[in-house]
Design a protein around this ligand. Sequence first.
Ligand code: GLY
Length: 574
Amino acid sequence: MIAHPKIKHLIFLFCLSVLFTGSFVSCKIKDRSNEPYPITKQAEGKNGAVASAHPLATAIGIDILKQGGNAVDAAIAVQFALAVCYPNAGNIGGGGFLVYRGAGGETDALDYREKAPLAAHKDMYLDSKGTPIAEKSLKGALAAGVPGTVDGMIRAFEKYSKLKDWKILVQPAIELAEKGFKITPKEAENLNKNKESFEKYNRFTTAFQSDEWTAGDLLVQKDLAKTLMAIRDFGREGFYSGWVADSIVAEMEVSGGFIIHEDLKQYNSIWRTPVTGTYRGYKVISMPPPSSGGVALLQLLKMVEPYDLGAMHMHSAEAVHLMAEAERRVYADRAKHLGDPDFYKVPVKTLLDSVYIASRMQDFDPRKASKSENITAGPAESTETTHYSIIDAEGNAVAVTTTLNDSYGARTVVKGAGFILNNEMDDFSVKPGSPNLYGLIGAEANKIEPGKRMLSSMTPTIIERDGKPVLIVGTPGGSTIITSVFQTVVNYLDFKTSLLDAVHAPRFHHQWLPDYIRLEPGCISENIRMVLQSLGHELKESGQIGRVEAIAVKEDGTYIAVADNRGDDDAKAY
Ligand code: GLY
């Protein structure tokens, strides 16, 4: 199938790059023998599957499925478990998005994104000269949006739980927090790296501080266990009112944050209609605004659809060039048009309109890289936020991405309540045109307003074909979330890799500004690098991009769960 006049040159590039590359080599699964738990990167089963950032959370999700819970029950238990065993991003002090597809094909999307406090204003992170003070939107209590996770889990439970027993879903997390769990080498490293930040942004010694963490140490979180008990016993009220709410407000008063009781009382998560579209006969179901993820993913897929990606090699010059050029255009749209739909009219229909999409790619030149505006910003290295994918025996599927924003969020722990506050306020456009933590530029659509949700890139996604689920996918990674999901989908559907290779393959990323392609080590060969440079692309080495958790459903109904090899991520199925 060749549906585009510019394809001839792509074929030329393809031949050139095949000469240089050979085919993609499967990534090796790392030796994890020194881990305190067995970590599985791929698992198969017919009755249920979970892939998450931590083996303990994955095991808890599987256990809930085995007890007769559905995918939503398991998701709730995994969310609370991650808040304990994956404190970098698992949370009750943050927020997230859940995309749902029931076994009968019905779809839903839960927005439990944090909101700006009522006292927030557009200049709150600027100095007297109007210059952003980065630290203010990133660290400490002032960086925190009103947490949405607990309200979100309650709403998910009320609408979709099969077990109908809230306590069973929260209890495993309580036990993890109370008894403690052995930390992995990666967790020890992350906690040690953040030692100074925890000291600086807290007025007491938190559970996350130790002279030196080593793998196998026990992380016990007694205060967090008490908070989780309040949530177990009193549901929403256990967090948004009572002693936990008092502790949050006290923390704000002492540490200079804005959240007051009224913010907590007013917080509401919202069921939204997922954004949907088609790609080569598949139906793509993803998160609508206030995430930019779903719209951007669909734009990317639609922009590359006229090209026969399947005939190109993964990581060949022509594939990387085509995909990066689509990414450049989509991120330019994101910067201008995306924000909280409750505050700003996001032109979703136009952005996904086929004529509009075609017009955006009209100036795509297979022989030459376009130029983004010449604005530079620091590289975005953080990969925090976390994703989990779940499917149950009936075929109900959920894709959930949840976050504190940066690793360990604001670093500030609510005294007495033991949980880390998010630093999600940095996802707003703190000043139009100024880059955020991820180097992303924003405008009016995403300016700070009281009660508004900050724009996200989170892209929890479910793909179906002929009325059956095919792929459940998502990832952390800030601005790279969208492109990591995009590449995983294209690897699996177009390049026809195994799911393991689709997830473990090195990734690349372009986000319009700054104007370069970020590359994970080993992503392309030296020769492909030369071809891309000759087209005019600037290339930069990158740290890790994304941590994808995916589940594929085979023709015979078998589930294949795959966890990313970039972290402690773990997949189980039965
Ligand atoms: N905090 C990262 C995101 O929501 O995109």
